[in-house]
Every structure is written in C-alpha cells, then in structure tokens.
Design a protein. Structure first.
Length: 255
C-alpha cells in the first residue's frame, strides 16, 4: 500500500509545476483524530488536495485506506482491517516545493491495542516484502515502531516510520525525487509521538478488557437490592418485636 501511495504522490507532485493545496484547517470526525496529527515543521509546506491520487487527506474509512493499494488487494485489506477492529482514520499530506519533498501523516484508530499492533505487524511484513524495500530505519525513544527506506533508486526515495500508541497506529513519512531526505522523517516522527495521546479509547473499553466486578451501574443495582432487603428485614424484626410484646401482655393479663 505504501509503495503505491509513494508512486502516485511522486507522479502527481514532482512532475507538475502547480502544487495542489487545501486550507490548513480540516473538518473533525469521531475520536477527534484530526486534532492529534502534528503540523509540518516549517511554514513553507503546502497542504495537498484530497483529490490527489494516492493521498489520504482528511477522514477516511477502511475502503478509502484500502483503495490506495489498488483494487486487487482492496477486499483483503478491508477484511483485515475489519477483523482488527478498525474504526476510522485521518490523514494529512503537505508539499515543500523548494525541497521537492512531500510529508505524509496518518492515524488509524482501532477498537483496542491488539488491532493497532496487528496493523503495525502487517504493515512491516508488507513493506519488507516489497521490491523497493531498501533497509530498516532506527529511531530512539519509541518502543513499538518500525522504520523503512523505500526507493526505486532513481525516481523516488521515501523514509517512513510507523508506531503504535494505545489503540492507535501512526505513520509519518517524507518522500522526495532525490536522495536528500536526511533525518526529516525521524524528526517529525518524534514530534508526532509527543503530540499523540496515550489512546483515543481507554483500555477499559478495549475488546477483551477485564471488567470490574462491581461497576457503578452494578453498584446502583446492588445498593437498591440491599436497601430493599434491609427494609424488609427491619420490618420483619419490628413485626417480631411487636408480636412478642403482645404475647407478653396477654400472658400478664391472663396470669
């Protein structure tokens, strides 16, 4: 999928004089994914239009994500995302014209951490199997991640880092038509990692999460039942006291 996106981005941006642009502000969506993507490092990055082929710009669903990889693999990708608990995604892409560089960021939200981990593993396997995969990239300060250099060694060079934080997966990539990326992807990944929240769905709401044996709702039900039982027990106790008292009085009168 990533290779296909790179190919379209290079073809659409670096061979055209007019760069597509979109206003910096983007509409929000569920889980507020638009607000957790980091801005580009400098003001000369111009945001791309969502109509640019190969670009995930704005909110996307599983079908939109899968379409970048081509129709042949789309159905399989959609099913895999569904099985992993994919909820929604958000992407942004910018062009830095002077440096002939594109910066891409996406976040994909899953119903739990296991789905995000599966997405990371599947992405790693797909990139390593790609013929344009050159070598791994390393990054300090982030535990669950991988980095990759993809290039055909003539038309494009792409550095990408993918990491997981909570139930969310992130991709940060820089792409150019020359081998001049430096550490741009690594630096932006650190920025994105710092900005990303620990999760967008609390771990207590993940599939398979252990439920507290006494939730607030259960506590209300237990409290109601306990109160009713207490009232009934108290009434019986008072009734017993009254009956015993009446018996004593009868015995006193007859005696």
């Amino acid at each position: 999928m990533f290779r296909a996106a790179v190919k379209w981005i290079v073809a659409g941006c670096f061979t055209a004089a007019l760069l597509p642009a979109v206003p910096a502000s983007a509409s929000g969506q569920s889980l507020a994914l638009d607000s957790i993507l980091a801005p580009p490092p400098t003001s000369d990055y111009v945001e791309m239009l969502p109509t640019q082929q190969g670009v995930l710009e704005g909110p996307f669903d599983a079908a939109g994500y899968a379409a970048i990889g081509g129709q042949a693999a789309a159905a399989k990708t959609i099913n895999t995302l569904k099985d992993d608990g994919f909820i929604s995604g958000y992407g942004r892409a910018w062009v830095q014209q002077a440096q002939h560089r594109v910066m891409v960021e996406i976040v994909v939200a899953f119903s739990g951490g296991r789905g995000a981990q599966a997405w990371l593993t599947q992405s790693l396997q797909a990139d390593q199997a790609d013929p344009t995969y050159q070598h791994a990239l390393t990054l300090e300060g982030i535990d669950t991640y991988y980095g990759a250099r993809l290039s055909d060694l003539s038309r494009y060079f792409a550095d990408a880092f993918l990491f997981v934080k909570g139930n969310d997966g992130f991709l940060v990539s820089t792409i150019s038509d020359s081998d001049s990326l430096g550490d741009s992807a690594a630096m932006q990944t650190h920025v994105q990692y710092a900005k990303a929240p620990a999760y967008t769905i609390p771990p207590s709401g993940w599939p398979g999460a252990a439920r507290p044996w006494l939730s607030l709702e259960n506590l209300k039900q237990v409290a109601g039942g306990a109160t009713a039982a207490l009232v009934a027990t108290t009434a019986l106790a008072w009734l017993l006291v009254i009956v015993l008292s009446m018996r004593r009085r009868r015995r006193a009168v007859t005696g």
